[in-house]
Design a protein around this ligand. Structure first.
Ligand code: MLT
Length: 388
């Protein structure tokens, strides 16, 4: 029987082409085993019992009910880094757009296209659109994940003086970052000294509204704030006051909403950060390969609600994957079941993440019907899948 995949948003064709004959794209969510999604909001969706996995072709997962999914044994993936270059390029472009009134200048040329002496008039008019250079200015980066590090390196190469803050900086990202980037301990350290601030953190309860009056008060006068993460990281009422007073010189935001589009000294783009052909292709391919790896081998890579688990390809007679609660005695009870039937466990991988855990068991038996029923009935077990 084929694995049914439902796309809640259009997903790049090159990703869908990676689905083999074992898979079938369905418009019917009720039958889906896997969902591919971009920004569609899933919080109010009725998730079908058949659903095993959701892959977000993108980084932000605030549109997906992670806890509800985990509780039903639905593994949610994202595609970290796949669209980072696209976002980086727009962040760099946005700093340049904020430094000079390039869009105002372009508009002036359009408005004056009937002027036969436009070349001469332009020389007089251009001072209204002049500005500053970004070279030598201090850039503060809040969040040095895949995007933050690329922005740091590119800004450094453009001659900016780059500072970063990330208490969760991974070894991988640290190794990829230019040594010219200066790390600071707190966001406040960045606020005090930076001419430009760019934020690259996920939207969480702990980050929502992190840019508020208190933060703006600590910033350098006339700072440029760039937000390509999520609009609700910013308290927009406080920001409006800071823009009106000139405390914040300019706000560049990739999230149009009824407030942002009416803010003074603000450049709004229509969630364009990752909307490049390359980013969409990379995200689609990564999302589909995560789904395939999970469906075909039971392995979890880049999950945001279950631990990452890699047991490779099964070389024994059978493989069982179990999503379960992270509580005492689960493994003892699993192994006791197999011992009772004299089934040898050849390999076992178990990982936990918060309240949830995931175990892959490679066994020397392919008759698993009885044991699966017993596992499913076990307290704390959320979902059991026979992979092989
Ligand atoms: C992301 O979270 O990856 C970005 O917002 C881009 C997108 O959703 O398309």
């Amino acid at each position: 029987m084929s694995v049914k995949v439902n796309c809640l948003n259009p997903i790049a064709e090159c990703g869908l082409e990676m689905l083999t004959d074992q898979y079938e794209i369905t418009d019917n969510l009720d039958q889906a085993q896997a969902i591919l999604v971009r920004s569609a909001v899933m919080h109010d969706l009725d998730l079908p019992e058949s659903l095993l996995a959701v892959a977000r072709a993108g980084a932000g997962v605030n549109n997906i009910p992670l806890e509800k999914c985990a509780d039903k044994g639905i593994v949610v993936f994202n595609t970290p880094g796949a669209n980072a270059n696209g976002v980086k390029e727009l962040v760099i472009a946005s700093m340049l757009l904020a430094a000079r009134d390039i869009t105002g200048g372009i508009q002036w040329c359009k408005d004056n296209k009937g002027d036969e002496n436009i070349a001469k008039s332009a020389e007089k008019a251009k001072k209204a659109f002049a500005g500053t250079e970004i070279k030598g200015k201090k850039l503060g980066i809040i969040g040095l994940g895949a995007i933050g590090v690329l922005v740091a390196n590119a800004a450094n190469r453009l001659g900016m003086d780059v500072y970063g803050c990330d208490p969760y900086l991974s070894v991988e990202h640290a190794l990829n970052m230019s040594r010219d980037v200066t790390m600071v301990k707190t966001n406040e350290d960045l606020f005090e000294m930076c001419d430009y601030l760019t934020v690259h953190v996920p939207l969480l309860d702990s980050t929502k509204g992190m840019f508020n009056k208190d933060a703006f008060d600590k910033m350098k006068d006339g700072v440029v704030l760039l937000n390509f993460s999520r609009d609700t990281l910013v308290n927009e009422e406080d920001l409006k006051a800071a823009l009106e007073s000139g405390k914040v010189g300019k706000y560049v935001v990739d999230f149009p909403n009824p407030t942002t589009v009416n803010l003074p000294n603000t450049i709004v783009t229509p969630h364009l950060g990752a909307s490049t052909q390359e980013s969409e292709d990379n995200c689609a391919k990564m999302a589909v390969s995560e789904i395939r790896e999970f469906i075909e081998n039971g392995n979890i890579k880049n999950s945001v609600n279950y631990p990452n688990v890699d047991a490779g390809v099964c070389t024994t007679d059978g493989r069982i994957a179990i999503a379960h609660k992270n509580v005492p005695n689960m493994l003892t009870r699993f192994t006791a079941l197999f011992a009772k039937d004299n089934v040898n466990i050849e390999n076992m991988v178990n990982k936990s993440r918060g309240d949830y855990a995931y175990t892959i068991l490679d066994i020397c038996s392919d008759s698993t019907d009885v044991v699966v029923k017993e596992l499913e009935a076990m307290d704390g077990v959320i979902r059991v899948r026979v992979i092989k």
